[in-house]
Design a protein around this ligand. Sequence first.
Ligand code: GAL
Length: 663
Amino acid sequence: MPESDHVVPRLRGLAYGGDYNPEQWPREVQEEDAALMREAGVNLVSLGVFAWALLEPAPGRYEFGWLDEIIDRLHAHGVSVDLATPSAAPPPWFAKAYPHTLPVNRDGVRYGVGGRETACPSSPEYRQATAELARRLAERYRDHPAVVMWHVHNEYGAPLGECYCDTSLRAFRDWLRATYGDLDALNAAWGTNFWSQRYGDWDEIDLPRANHTVVNPAQRLDFARFSSAENLACFTLQRDILHEVAPGLPVTTNFMTTNCKSMDLWRWAPEVDVVANDHYLNAEQPDNHIDLALSADLSRSLGGGRPWLLMEHSTGAVSWQPRNIAKRPGEMRRNSLAHVARGSDAVLFFQWRASRSGAEKFHSAMVPHAGTDSQLWRDVVCLGAELQALAGVRGARVHAEVAVVWDWESYWALELEWRPSVDLRFRDRIDEYYQALWREHATVDFVHPAENLSAYRLVVVPSGYLLGETAAKNLRCYVESGGHLLVSYFSGIVDEHDTVHPGAYPGALREVLGLSVEEFHPLREHETVTLSDGATARIWSERVRPAGATVVAGFASGPDAGHPAITRHDLGRGTAWYVATSVDALRPVVARALDAAGVDRPRGLPDTVEAVRRGGYLFLLNHGDEPVTVPDVAGVDLLDGTRCAGEATVPGGGVRVIATGRP
Ligand code: GAL
C-alpha cells in the first residue's frame, strides 16, 4: 500500500466544513452562508442528506432546480460538495403509499412517520425508490465540477438496525436458506434440539421477536448478521448506480464506528471507497478524548490504514444527551486535530448553521444561533486557517505497532442474555485495555481476529468471547511466529454459532495460552479481590489451571485465592499473556506486555498528553490544564511557525503539530 494517498482526489488540502441543510433557509441566508464559508475556509459540505421530500415531492416527480442553484452558488464560492442520497429520510408520501414499509421493532411496534429512517431495509419498494433517486442525482450532477464525492444515506443502522416486519421475515428465511442450504445444517448450527426448537420447514422459522424468555442465541446472532447484510445491500445498490453513472467519484457512507453496534463494519468497510466516520463525545464521561481516539483509530483501521474522513462531530453541545454540555475553550480545536492526528483528512461538523426548527435546534453548529459575533464563530474561522496550514498532512499514514482485536460478531454474541455475569460488556473491556494503551502512549490499530497480524509486535484481545476456528488458528500462528498476544478473560469461549468449544474453557485459546479454566467465579457487584502483587481486581475470578503457562501473579483473595490470575506462555518464537480478572490498575500489566514485545513509544510523558506520529508529523495534544514540555522533539511547528530544537512545550489544553521530517 502506498505511504500516502488522497482519498478524495478532487479536493485539495484537508477537508473542512460539514452537513449543510440550506433547504431550511431562505435565499438571503443561503447567500450569506456561501460568503461565510469562504471566510471560514470551508471547502467541503455534505448536501441533501435529508432532502428526499424536496427532491421528490410526490411519487416520481423530481425537482432539482433548487439544488442546482445551491450547488452553483457553492461552486462560485470555491466550496466543493459531498452530494448525499437522501434515503435515510423517506418522505411522508412514501409511508402513505407503502404503509407496510414502515419498520417494526422487536416488540412488534410499527413506527410511524415524523422522525427519520422510517423504512424497512428489506423492502423492495424502498430499495427501488432509493435506487431511482440515486440514479437521477448521479445523472444530473455527475459532471458538475463542485461535486467531488457521494455520501449515501446517513449512519446506516443507527439507531434503526433491525426490522421485524413480514418483509423482513421472508427475507430472513431466504438468507438462511442461502446460508445453510438445508435445514439439517441450520438445526445443527442453532442447536435446536435444545428446548424442542427443531425446524421441519423453512416457514416455521420466525424472527427472534420479543419473548418472555431467552430466544435461541444462534438465531439472534444470525438475525444480527442478516440485518447488517440487508442494510449493506441497500448501500451497495446505490453505490453501484453511482459508480456506473458517475465513474471516478468516490462513494462513502458515514459510519458510527463506536456508536452503532448493529452493523458489522469489517464487512462494510471494503465496500466504501473511503471510510467516513461520525463521532460525538459523551460530554459527561471523564477523559472522553480517549473515546475520541479509539473511534478515530477504529475508523483508520477499517480502511486498512488509509486516511479517512471525519464526516461529523460537533462544534459544541449536542442536543440528544441528558445534559448537553458545551465544549470548553480549545476543546473543539483539540478534538478536531486529534482526529487529524489519527488519520482523518477531514474535519467536518454536524452542521453548518444551527436550525431554527425541528428536533435538533439546540444542537451546536459552525454558525450558532448567536451568529458571527460569537466566540464559537471566531474559533471556527481560526480552525479553518489552521487546517490550511496543515494541508501537507493530507494522505500521510499513521504507524502502529500494537493491534487490538475488535469483532462485531463477538460484541453481539457476548451481549445476548444469560451470560455468566451482566458485567461482561464488550465496550467495558475494550475501553479498559484501550485506555491503558493510550496512557502508555502506544498507538493502536484495530483488527479482525482472522486478519494478518504479522505487522504488529503486540496483539491485545480484551473481549474475544466468540472466536471461530480460523481466527483461533490465526492467533496461534501469530504467537508461534514471534508475536506477543495479551488476552483478557472470557475470550475464546464459543464458535460462530455461540456453541461452546469442546472441552474446558477457553476452547479456542487453551493451547496458545497454555492453560485451561475449570470454573468461572464471577464476582458480586462492587466485590473486589486482591492479587499476589498487591493489585486489586473486580468483576471476574476463575479457576485457571496452567498447562505450560507460568504464573506472573496469582489471586490472593476471593474464590480462586492461591491460583493463577495473570500468566505467561512462551510458544514457538512468541509469548501469550492471559489476565483472568479485571485488574483496577491495568496500565502496568499492559506495560509489561508492551515492553516484552519491544513496542516503541514515548516514555515519561504525563498521561494527559497525546503524542501521535502521522507520517512526518508529530501531533502533541495536551488534555491537561498545565503546560507540558515534551523532550526529543525537533522540527517546525506548522501551527505557529516556530522551530523546536530538542523539546516542545505544549500549553495547557493546547496542540502542536511538528513537521519533523522523519516518518
Ligand atoms: C448524527 C446524525 C446527524 C445529527 C447528529 C446530531 O448521528 O448523523 O444527522 O443528527 O447526529 O448530533
